[in-house]
Design a protein around this ligand. Structure first.
Ligand code: FAD
Length: 467
């Protein structure tokens, strides 16, 4: 591989001594599941070797060896990323964090959990809930690892109220490419002591260091949750209602918008009907409160606002099962869309007040290029997930039109004061569009930061920006 060396046999043996022979994979077939992620456009790339360290010292030893021998290392969580971040495009080593899967401490007095990076989000949520605590992050994919969530700064449906992963991480342990172990932050909320390296590592997509331990802030469980499903006669009408909902001051936890085309796909995927699915557009509103009276009050207030702003109806499911079914419908959106290959995913973000303009601009692009675009999104935080749908389009037409459309879409998002990724990251697949969001000076500053952390550039090379 250009600029990087293949892993020689002698080093494979040394790796096996470090992590144990059964934690090193070199067989082509066994490595297949480490060659890609969930990005619909990324092609499989084989590493020379998959290494599964069991603790921080093993991570440090593997990295030091790779660094001395200029071997590319791709850190890997659960491989649920949508930007090709965990794809080993330069071969070398895939460093899989799957064995570092222990929750180290749940500290109820300080409201923190200390965890290894290979713990699945769903397991962490369950474990803290068993102790009467709450980790609110709520992305669509709960089998992602905590380390992957931190490395991509994952968001999800509750960001409007609680923020994204960045808002919860109090401290990290990470290993630099040289094998040096660094600790940042701690079990405290305030810190005004030097540069904030914790925040720098969050969202760095495995390009600066390998995260080996995470300290997360917890809160108390919400008590009651209510879900409102609100059909509208148009997407514009639905989106225009969003600021009115937020201006009520009611603590809205999640606020999503979807259109009928996606609802049809979800109905087919789940093989069940979704209430009011004959309507063109929908808002999904998630509320939390300490008591049932409190959420009931909030739900009434939101219903009133939606009705005044042209909602066809307001459906409030009764019973936990019906609520879960509605939330599940939203959670399954991506797998439902993913079945219609080829697709291209956009994760743009704009100021909340510009969502309606942005979506209407995108619809114009869709008509001009004769390629349909679905436009769901996190209405509460301005994060719009577009899907360009290629079914029935000739492959060469698709290949030539998509980059042009993506350029136009991203340029519009940036012109409206937004940026090109809200939560999925840049990885490999969106790297060619980074210049739309960042000028060369800023990218060059990131290159210099990268050089300070990873002088031989062995960590996740070819991701986020070119060196
Ligand atoms: C159905 C579906 C729904 C989704 N919904 C959402 C959503 O609502 N919100 C959202 O934000 N994302 C969503 N995602 C994307 C994905 O789940 C997140 O990006 C997640 O954070 C990736 O975690 P992972 O463990 O799978 O990481 P991977 O895909 O394995 O890796 C992602 C990146 O992190 C790096 N990395 C992983 N672990 C480490 C580590 N320990 N140290 C350093 N770098 C590391 C990798 O090198 C790579 O660059 C969704 C994905 C799917 C398939």
């Amino acid at each position: 591989m250009e600029g990087y060396f293949k892993v020689p046999d002698i080093l494979i043996q040394t790796m096996a001594q470090i992590v144990g022979a059964k934690n090193v994979i070199t067989g082509h077939e066994e490595m297949a599941s480490y060659t890609g992620d969930e990005s619909p456009t990324s092609k499989p790339h084989y590493p020379d070797i998959v290494v599964k360290p069991g603790d921080t010292a093993e991570v440090a030893a593997v990295l030091a060896l790779a660094n001395q021998n200029k071997i590319a290392v791709t850190p890997r969580g659960a491989g649920t990323g949508i930007s090709g971040g965990a794809v080993p495009i330069k071969g070398g080593i895939v460093l899989s964090m799957e064995r570092m899967n222990r929750i180290l401490e749940i500290d109820a007095d300080n409201f923190v959990v200390v965890t290894q990076p290979g713990v699945r989000l769903m397991d962490l949520c369950q474990a803290v809930e068993a102790e009467g605590l709450y980790y609110p992050l709520y992305p669509g994919e709960k089998s992602a690892f905590i380390g992957g969530n931190v490395a991509t700064n994952a968001g999800g449906m509750r960001a409007v109220r609680y923020g994204v992963t960045r808002s919860f991480v109090l401290g990290l342990e990470a290993v630099l490419s040289t094998g040096q172990i660094v600790r940042t932050g701690g079990k405290y909320v305030k810190c005004s002591t030097g540069y904030d390296l914790t925040q720098l590592l969050i969202g760095s997509e495995g390009t600066l260091a390998v995260i080996t331990e995470v300290i997360l802030k917890l809160s108390t469980p919400p008590g009651m949750r209510e879900v409102l499903w609100v059909p509208f006669t148009s997407l514009q009408q639905a989106i225009k209602t969003v600021p009115q909902i937020l201006k009520t001051g009611v603590p809205v936890i999640g606020l999503e918008f979807l259109e009928k085309d996606i609802i049809d796909m979800i109905e087919q995927y789940l093989e069940r009907k979704i209430p009011f699915s004959e309507n063109p557009a929908f808002l999904l509103v998630i509320l939390e409160g300490a008591t049932s009276d409190e959420v009931y009050e909030s739900a009434n207030r939101i219903s009133e606002v939606c009705t005044t702003n042209g909602a066809v109806d307001v459906y409030i499911p009764t019973g936990e099962h019906a609520k879960r079914e509605l939330l599940e419908a939203r959670e399954k959106m991506f797998p439902a869309i993913r079945r219609y290959d080829p697709i291209e995913v956009v994760d743009a973000v704009v100021p909340r007040s510009r969502i309606a303009d942005f979506v209407s601009h995108v619809k114009g692009i869709s008509i001009r290029y004769k390629i349909s675009i679905t436009a769901p999104g996190h209405a509460g935080d301005g994060n719009v997930h577009l899907h360009l749908m290629g079914k029935g389009i000739a492959p060469d037409e698709w290949e030539s039109k998509v980059p042009e459309m993506m350029n136009e879409i991203y340029s519009a998002a940036v012109a409206m004061g937004g940026t090109i990724s809200g939560e999925h990251g840049i990885g490999y697949e969106k790297k060619k569009y980074l210049h739309i969001a960042m000028d060369e000076h800023k990218i060059d500053l990131m290159r210099r930061v990268k050089a300070a952390f990873d002088p031989n550039c062995i960590l996740n090379p070819g991701k986020v920006f070119d060196l």
